[in-house]
Design a protein around this ligand. Sequence first.
Ligand code: NAD
Length: 370
Amino acid sequence: MNQTNHVCLLPGDGIGPEIIAEGVKILDAVGALSGVTFTYSEALIGGIAIDKTGVALPKATLEAAQASDAVLLAAVGGPKWDTTDPGKPRPEEGLLGIRKELGLYANLRPVRLFPALAEASPLKADIVAGVDLLIVRELTGGLYFGKRERFFDEVGCGTGGLPGQRAFDTLEYREYEVERILRHAFDAARKRTKRLHSIDKANVLESSRLWRECAHRVALDYPGVELIDMLVDNAAMQLVKCPRQFDVVVTENMFGDILSDEASMLTGSLGMLASASLGDGTALYEPSHGSAPDIAGKGVANPLAQILSVEMMLRYSFGLDEAADAIVAAIEGVLAAGWRTRDIASPDTPPDRIIGTKAMGDLVAVTLQQ
Ligand code: NAD
């Protein structure tokens, strides 16, 4: 095969540089095996971009991303840049900005339990056994992108009728935004077990009532797919009570953000959850977790979510399904052999099987080549 793919790397902050190195290691291993060439460029995003350029998403980063065939992001953020001052730049602006600029409205988060990790989940093994679901999260609308403002010194906003502050965020959706993400989810459901849970808060929120109406209208175009409406509070409970009832789950931006972190615990750790953000142009792949400042620089972060993001890149951007399957098989092999990073170790894991970020990446790469 004679294919060259250019990947824009955005390591970001915290554990970002450590885990993205392992993602690149796996891409290079795939390249060596398949004859596909991967070339790379690296750009700044998040806190490090604020330090070096004053903004979280420099123009050069956006241009590098737009010029690439796919973007591999690690994570952004950290206490150094935490601020409640609305006038100061925040690392997350880089993340939200690149999603918006690349038009990445569909975020796919597969939640699949590797059988060897059943004991790593805080839930009982019989509850999580066989979990394999796909969360389809709307990514460029809703509360995270709506109008927001903070007012100062308004009379009656402080305690005891004193002047104080008032703030609002807006959860807004346009019909086309809802419809296109629903179609994405219905298409995915049609390829899987033909069951789609649409999660909303239609008993309270007008935007959710629009969402639910759209879901039922779009469902008419997918007669083979069963559509199940579920309120988000119930969904949060059902995810831990009986996760196997879910196959494809579609929901708005913030609900998806929260539910997918919850769902990560079904797989053992946030360090196992990858994601693909798709639109109509260059796609972006990143772990679902953050920059984990508490373990940054220690070499103990789990690189598997980053490596599984590479797996999704091979599938969705490059059509290299065989290589993607081989990565999943390699991870399965490494886990079945008992190797664990700290976050997915159980009390029974022998200490000599608990390894660091680089060693886990090396093992997956070596297994891939066997
Ligand atoms: P986090 O996801 O960074 O960490 C939550 C917990 O999970 C921590 O205990 C962390 O050590 C652990 N964890 C996360 N990834 C891990 C991995 N690969 N291996 C082992 N353990 C892992 O969430 P947080 O602590 O709430 O946020 C930290 C920073 O990350 C904040 O600045 C936040 O804004 C940012 N954040 C960024 C993204 C992103 O870049 N997509 C997403 C969420 C949070």
